[in-house]
Every structure is written in C-alpha cells, then in structure tokens.
Design a protein around this ligand. Structure first.
Ligand SMILES: [Zn+2]
Length: 287
C-alpha cells in the first residue's frame, strides 16, 4: 500500500500532461480559412461555417470517495488543470451542447468512459493506477512505468474524446465505434502531437500487448465485446504509426512487430483515417 501514494502523485503528472495534450489537439491541427473543399461531405460543407456554438467543455469536480485519491483530487482543483484544458478546448471547438470533463475515483473500477446520457467524459484514478501496475509488472522501473502510464492515459483520454465528438457532432461512423474512437485517438496523437503523440500510441499498444498475454482473453464475453481484442488494438495501433511514415517507422516491420502482410496496407489505411477525421472535424473547428 505504500506505493499507492507514489502512484497517486504520479497520476498528478498524468492529468497535467493529459490536458496539456488535449489543449493542443484542436489548436495545432486546425485548418484556416473556414471554407470547404470538394472532398467534404455535402452536409458538412454546406453547414460548415454555420455551426452554432451552443455548449462548452465544462469542469465538474465530483469529490472522491476513497481517501487515497484525495491528494490528487485536491491538486487538480488547486492547479485548475481541468479548467485550463476546458478553456483551451472551448477556444478550439464549436459544441452543440456542454461536455463535462471529470477526473475522479470510480468505486474501485479501473475505467475511462464517455457517457451519452449526460455527455460527460470521465477518467478514473483507478485506471491510472492500473496502467502503472501493469507496466510495473512487465518489468518497468518506477520511472518508466510512470512515463508509459502518462502516455497510455493520453491515448485513452483521446479515445473517449472521440466518442464524445462522434455523439456531439452526430458523425457518420459506419463500422465499429470503438475502433473509430481508437483511430480518432491515433489520428490526433500522430497528426497533431508529433513524436510525443506517437509515443502515446506506442504506450497504448504496449499495454494492449501486455494485456493480451495475461490470459482470459478468449471467453465468449471478451470475444463478443464491442471493443476489439487487445491483439487487434495492438496491431492496429502499430499500423497507424507505420502507415503515417513507413520510412521513419520501418523498424516496426524489420523487427517483426508488424507483419509485412498488414504493413503494406497501412499507409493507405492511415491516410484514409487521417483524411476522414480531418474532414469530419473541420466544420466544428473555430478560427
Ligand atoms: Zn470506447
């Protein structure tokens, strides 16, 4: 239990990093001009400049039930971490309704989720601890486990943001939404966050890989789950990275992490993903 305090302190860093990252998401990748191009969908191109800003990312401090999370909760309030993130997002994105941002403990459940009922995004402190412990169990030092936790949490937060934006903008998603949210996160990380973003995708991929080896993957419940299997999320993440720059990330193939048969498809796969998300979000970006 002594390590808990350390974990929680580490989580503070996570939150800070997380929302600094989010603040960059929509600013850095914004396309100027506000006009639409021929590749835009009809609906979005015609209404692209007419979107009404009727909501904000708003911070809701929920308090903590478990006292071991009190220090992180207190610090987040004091540093106004959530408020700063919400402010940056609000200056970047048009919203049709409010989207509450929450970081809290979740009754012992390691999770992160978007809730369509109240349009909120919640990151649970338990999930951060779970990432940390998972990386520690894989042999990481405290420092490395903390670092990988930071990055994996960033990826997962952006996954949840993907769900929130799909719902808020009623984006057309024709396949598995969980996969779409993963690709939204990969797109934001790789396109807009540079090397740090790529590292976030890598950390998430490593987490999926570790999880896939932990057993119990093949139950009917797991197979039927709307999330892709950890193995698939691992390879898809690598595919996005490799596809974004095959030369730069050739090591993924050379070192047999990403099978060649899949790798050859990844450049097109990545370009399609990036192009789709860029078009879908463009009408909602503020100048
Ligand atoms: Zn999801």
């Amino acid at each position: 239990m002594k390590t808990k305090k350390n974990n929680i302190l580490n989580s503070l860093i996570v939150i800070s990093v997380l929302f600094v990252v989010v603040g960059c998401v929509c600013n850095s990748g914004r396309e100027s001009g506000g006009d639409t191009n021929s590749a835009s969908t009809d609906e979005t191109s015609q209404s692209g400049s007419l979107k009404k800003d009727s909501g904000d990312f708003i911070v809701e401090h929920m308090g903590v039930k478990n006292q071991r999370y009190e220090s992180i909760d207190r610090s987040i309030r004091k540093n106004k971490t959530l408020e700063k993130a919400a402010d940056k997002l609000n200056r970047s994105l048009i919203l049709p309704h409010d989207i509450p941002l929450r970081a809290k403990d979740c009754d012992g459940v390691a999770n992160a989720f978007y809730m369509s009922r109240d349009k909120s995004i919640t990151m649970c402190y338990e999930l951060m601890e779970y990432f940390y412990r998972t990386f520690k169990r894989s042999g990481d030092s405290d420092e490395k486990a903390n670092d990988r936790m930071n990055k994996a949490v960033t990826f997962i937060f952006l996954h949840e943001l993907g769900h929130a934006l799909i719902d808020a903008y009623q984006l057309p998603i024709t396949a598995n939404e969980e996969d779409a949210a993963d690709r939204c996160s990969s797109y934001i990380c790789i396109e807009e966050l540079g090397d740090d973003g790529v590292k976030a995708v890598v950390a998430a991929a490593e987490f999926f890989a570790i999880q896939s080896k932990s057993g119990g993957q093949r139950s009917a419940k797991v197979m039927a789950d709307e999330h892709l299997l950890n193995e698939q999320r691992f390879f898809n993440s690598l595919c996005m990275i490799y596809g974004s720059d095959p030369q730069k990330y050739n090591g993924l193939v050379v070192n047999n992490l990403l099978p060649k048969a899949r790798a050859v498809r990844c450049p097109n796969e990545y370009q399609r993903t990036a192009s789709s998300w860029s078009k879908l979000l463009k009408p909602w970006r503020k100048d």
